[in-house]
Design a protein around this ligand. Structure first.
Ligand SMILES: Cc1cc2nc3c(=O)[nH]c(=O)nc-3n(C[C@H](O)[C@H](O)[C@H](O)COP(=O)(O)OP(=O)(O)OC[C@H]3O[C@@H](n4cnc5c(N)ncnc54)[C@H](O)[C@@H]3O)c2cc1C
Length: 386
């Protein structure tokens, strides 16, 4: 019942961190409230291809590779082609299953069906209380990787109590026998109110003949009780001809919060991934950043334990803030404009404008958040001649 590190949540962040710490001979216990390994399976899980090598992810977790990126406005469409597959779509469930298996092989203790309810911070360790278990677990360091619920971070006041305006997504995995072959190598986005008001739709490739079809709305609660994600999803399916005759394999969804985190570290507790609102606010990309935060956490935990000085955990906060810089803040402002204020004609103008930028520039804008140098500079050039 005594460990160096206790991790709450077996999402990508928690599973990856468990593997990495166990690999470094740290005793780790990981609690996951789902009784089924790999569940909940909710993410579209699109990412740049380099994520796989960068974080040494199991290659078998990749469901599809894409080398075409397509953006659709209400009446406009444009696609970019890459010389090699520049991105991947993970089988989100498989990603977690494989990471957990690797973690277990390295010596981590994985406890499924274990809901952490409370953490009590004592002098040089913490007690972790799991639902329906009488005895508490003890660990020198506790990592909150519990996703949007941020169960420990919220309880300790490290982040605001759940904000009332989460962004929400609904997705199906469907077999699409009529889809043209290019669909299985294309990351496809749908912007504009005719597609999804105050959000966007997507079709991501999986292993043929499956695709992920989803809709997400930015801060749904802003728009009263009106919008229904199911309606938007059905509308998207109706408007894309090759989706007729699709067969639903699975339906799932989830929530995203943003900017509620106040402190990433509190005494011997660290919050990583979505528990620390580390998902990018513009498009909702979170896996790569959850893994990055887990990597920072791994480094500071190894250092703090080696030097027997838990105050060194504070370095995590500094590293994360340096990593995001002003990018998340800028993306959030852009998201307000894009999802809240843009009309359909503005979305069409947006697609026309970005059609002038190169394949590398659109990739950098969507995945490296280099929004100003690419889109802005081009628009400026177009309108001023400079
Ligand atoms: C619809 C949707 C589509 C998305 N699409 C993409 C995408 O295309 N690309 C991308 O990069 N990101 C995407 N994201 C975001 C991405 O999935 C998340 O950022 C990522 O999963 C965060 O990982 P995490 O490990 O921090 O948290 P999570 O994946 O949320 O994992 C948290 C885990 O903690 C467990 N847990 C919660 N509370 C407790 C508790 N009390 N005790 C024990 N366990 C607990 C949960 O069951 C869960 O397994 C999407 C998100 C949604 C909702």
């Amino acid at each position: 019942m005594k460990f160096d590190v206790a991790i709450v949540g077996a999402g990508p962040a928690g599973s990856w961190l468990a593997r990495e710490l166990a690999k470094n001979n740290i005793s780790v216990v990981l609690f996951e409230r789902s009784p089924v390994i790999g569940e909940p399976n909710f993410s579209s899980a699109g990412s740049p291809a380099y994520t796989v090598e960068r974080f040494r992810l199991p290659p078998a977790s990749v469901a599809a590779r894409w080398d075409i990126l397509r953006i659709n406005g209400p009446t406009t469409t444009f696609s970019w082609r890459y010389d090699t597959p520049i991105g991947v779509v993970f089988d989100f469930r498989e990603l977690k299953v494989l990471l957990l298996k690797e973690a277990e092989k390295m010596g981590a203790i994985i406890k499924l069906g274990s809901t952490v309810e409370n953490v009590k911070i004592l002098n040089d360790y913490s007690e972790i209380y799991v639902k329906s278990e009488k005895e508490a677990y003890r660990a020198k360091v506790v990592v909150d990787a519990s996703g949007p619920s941020g169960v420990i971070a919220t309880r300790l006041g490290m982040r605001k109590a759940i904000p009332i305006k989460p962004s929400v997504g609904l997705e199906i995995i469907a077999e699409t026998p009529q889809a043209p072959i290019d669909v299985f190598r294309t990351l496809d986005f749908y912007f504009g109110r005719v597609w999804v008001p105050h959000g966007y739709g997507w079709i991501f490739p999986m292993m043929k003949p499956c695709v992920k079809i989803g809709v997400g709305v930015f801060q749904l609660a802003r728009y009263g009780g009106g919008p229904r994600l199911e309606d938007f999803l059905n509308e998207l399916i109706k408007r894309v001809p090759y989706l007729s005759g699709h067969h639903i394999v699975e339906t799932h969804g989830g929530m995203l919060y943003g900017m509620g985190i106040r402190h990433h570290v509190f005494k011997n507790v660290i919050a990583i991934g979505d528990a620390a609102d580390q998902v990018n606010p513009l498009g909702g990309e979170g896996i790569r950043h959850a893994l990055q935060s887990a990597e920072f956490a791994r480094d500071v935990i190894l250092d703090a334990i080696a030097k027997n000085d838990l105050a060194r955990l504070e370095q995590y906060d500094i590293r994360w803030r340096k990593y995001i810089g002003w990018r998340w803040w800028k993306c959030r402002i852009l998201a307000q404009f894009f999802y809240h204020h843009f009309s359909d004609s503005m979305h069409d103008n947006f697609v026309r404008a970005v059609s002038k930028i190169t394949a590398q520039e659109i990739f950098d804008a969507l995945f490296e958040y280099k929004i100003w140098p690419s889109i802005h500079a081009r628009l400026f050039k177009r309108h001023t001649g400079y």
